[in-house]
Design a binder for this molecule. Structure first.
Ligand code: ZN
Length: 134
């Protein structure tokens, strides 16, 4: 049950994929109501706290994070039906993405990984071999 700012209340049923607890959603504007899934992301351990050039600790950051969402009462047609938010790295997301836009991003990331494997990994292995230290 949500008491709507400006009067009234509404009972909202979560989408089956919604993982949001809605614990703080008792009051507020109706168009702020959002359902969302747990994000799917890749965790990367980044070196942190360099001491004399050597990292002493690592910190986990999330990249390529995606969360399924819907804001059923939004007037924004990109958000009032299921969409995803995509965070290339921690920070701002790219806005509401459609299935076609997410598919294009997935293809772009896949192509990039293929290129990394084909070109950069192969070049690194060859450079190490030429260097003579494996
Ligand atoms: Zn929900």
């Amino acid at each position: 049950m949500r008491r709507v700012a400006g009067g009234g209340q509404v009972t909202e049923v979560c989408a089956p994929w919604c993982d949001h607890t809605h614990w703080n959603y008792q009051d507020g504007a109706l168009d702020d109501l959002a359902h969302w899934s747990v994000e799917t992301a890749m965790h990367v351990e980044m070196p942190e706290g360099c001491d004399g050039g050597e990292a002493t600790e690592t910190v986990a950051i999330l990249i390529l994070a995606v969360r399924l969402q819907v804001k059923p009462y939004s007037e924004d047609p990109r958000r009032n039906r299921p969409f995803v938010s995509f965070w290339p790295w921690e920070g701002e997301d790219m806005g509401a993405l459609s299935p076609e836009e997410l598919a294009a991003l997935i293809a772009q990331v896949r192509a990039h990984c293929d290129r990394l494997e084909r070109e950069v990994l192969a070049r690194l292995v060859a450079a190490r071999a030429e260097f003579g230290r494996g």
